[in-house]
Design a protein around this ligand. Structure first.
Ligand code: AMO
Length: 429
């Protein structure tokens, strides 16, 4: 049975491995191969005079990135990766790779992100890229575990919908028989409806679709959102939950993915709770004193403002108490000061990670909030009806999975955190 390469040690006597040919160095009488699987790399050394003829022939014919099966004796040798090498009595080519390769997997020849994404299957063979997706997998696994442990129900809501969730601008229309339909921007309306259904604590980790026109390093047209909704909770309760999750995810990734983090050269700094909670009015004051652009109370935070605030804060923080005017209709206005609402954003110094709020749970108030945004309450009837038959108070948030991974690993571009990103110019692979 073949064994994972990382489990072959200098003490192993005999090993059989499967993997890809990472590098070939032919010195005439002596040739070295680096063979890679997802766990590591091992050197295979062939002394032509001493090796079996079949081994020498296969080694001569093989190209980089071919899939091979190699078996032989293991010797401790200091200079080789992992302090050992394999001297083969079997060297079998399982799948010969064509030459030239579209991309250099060994990273000796750097490639542009676009070229890498075009050949993602090859790019993802790079240990550093594999490591990003190991961390992403760990992040999502930990979040599942934490939410299950807190009694959440994992739900799946439709991605083909009839109405806009967040207002009408960022929707992708789709052909759906004779009806008008869209790809869903957010599970917002559905997770709220499950509060009316009495589920009390739900989460969903799934795709959201945003027809963002601009091409930035932190926007995707298809992203993964980690959404939660909790009944009998207010904005403070769900900010506490979000903060707990962020801290726990960092610390569990640090504990469970040391090899992937080492591969990426990342030393995870686990954020410290509680995160500062900065009212919007103060955030605007700080940002406007630090940037050249005009920024006034009531403006949305632009990229420059977020960056300036991030430099000032230097750690994860919340922006709270937003003007009701600039947050979605479902955010609950303060009863004693309805010009501001119980909405919040969770910020990383580089960008926004999450938005959430305590929601409006009163039917008539919700209708008036929808209409005040210039939207038609009629098109939200399926959403509004549950508010007439016993809707508990509730709160929740949506957290961008790619932004979480990107900021955690300090990746320069959000596309690095998605296997097959969708942006304005990219629909394949
Ligand atoms: P919002 O629109 O702020 O809120 O989205 C929540 C989080 O999702 C991520 N995100 C994106 N990531 C990459 N590319 C995009 N185009 C993109 N759009 C959003 C961000 C963002 O902070 N319904 C509310 C959530 C709620 O109140 O529960 C919502 O969707 O990290």
């Amino acid at each position: 049975m073949a064994q994972p390469i990382s489990t072959v040690t200098p003490e192993t006597e005999y090993a059989e491995i499967h993997g890809w040919v990472h590098e070939i160095r032919d010195l005439g009488g002596l040739s070295f191969f680096l063979i890679r699987d997802r766990t590591g790399i091992i050197q295979v050394t062939i002394v032509k005079k001493k090796a079996l003829e079949a081994v020498v022939e296969a080694a001569k014919a093989v190209s980089r990135e071919s899939v091979v099966r190699v078996a032989g004796t293991v010797k401790g040798i200091e200079k080789a990766p992992g302090g050992r090498e394999l001297v083969p009595d079997t060297f079998e080519i399982i799948a010969l790779a064509a030459v030239p390769l579209p991309l250099d997997v060994s990273e000796k020849v750097p490639a542009e992100l676009d070229t890498r994404l075009d050949g993602r299957y090859l790019d993802a063979r790079r240990p550093r890229v594999t490591a990003v997706f190991q961390v992403r997998s760990c992040v999502l696994g930990v979040i599942h575990e934490l939410l299950y442990a807190e009694g959440f129900i994992n739900i799946q809501t439709p991605k083909v919908v009839a109405a806009a969730t967040e207002g009408g601008t960022e929707l992708f229309p789709i052909a759906y028989f004779e009806k008008e339909a869209f790809l869903n921007q957010s599970p917002q309306l559905y997770k709220q409806m499950m509060m009316a259904a009495g589920f009390e604590k739900v989460f969903e980790i799934g795709p959201i679709f945003r027809a963002e026109e601009h091409n930035t390093t932190r926007h995707l047209n298809e992203a993964t959102s980690i959404d939660v909704e909790v009944s009998f909770a207010d904005h403070h309760d769900v900010m506490d939950l979000l903060e707990r999750i962020i801290v726990e995810v960092y610390s569990r990734v640090a504990d469970t993915c040391p090899a992937a983090l080492a591969q990426l050269g990342t030393d995870l700094d686990v954020p410290k709770a509680p995160f500062p909670r900065l009212p919007y009015a103060e955030a605007i004051d700080i940002a406007s004193s630090r940037i050249e652009e005009d920024l006034a109370y009531g403006d949305d935070m632009g990229t420059a403002a977020e960056r300036a605030l991030g430099e000032e804060m230097g750690e994860h923080y919340f922006i709270t108490d937003w003007p009701t005017e600039i947050k979605p209709y479902y955010a609950m206005p303060y009863e004693d000061d309805p010009g501001i609402c119980k909405a919040f954003d969770l910020m990383h110094p580089r960008m926004e990670l999450s938005s959430g709020a305590q929601r409006v749970h009163d039917h008539d108030l919700l209708v008036s909030r929808i209409e005040s945004k210039g939207l038609s309450a009629e098109s939200f009837e399926f959403y509004l009806e549950p508010f007439r038959y016993g809707m508990p108070p509730h709160a929740g948030w949506g957290l961008g999975a790619e932004r979480l991974v990107m900021t955690m690993l300090d990746l320069p571009n959000i596309r690095e955190a998605v296997l097959f990103p969708r942006d304005r110019h990219r629909l394949t692979p």
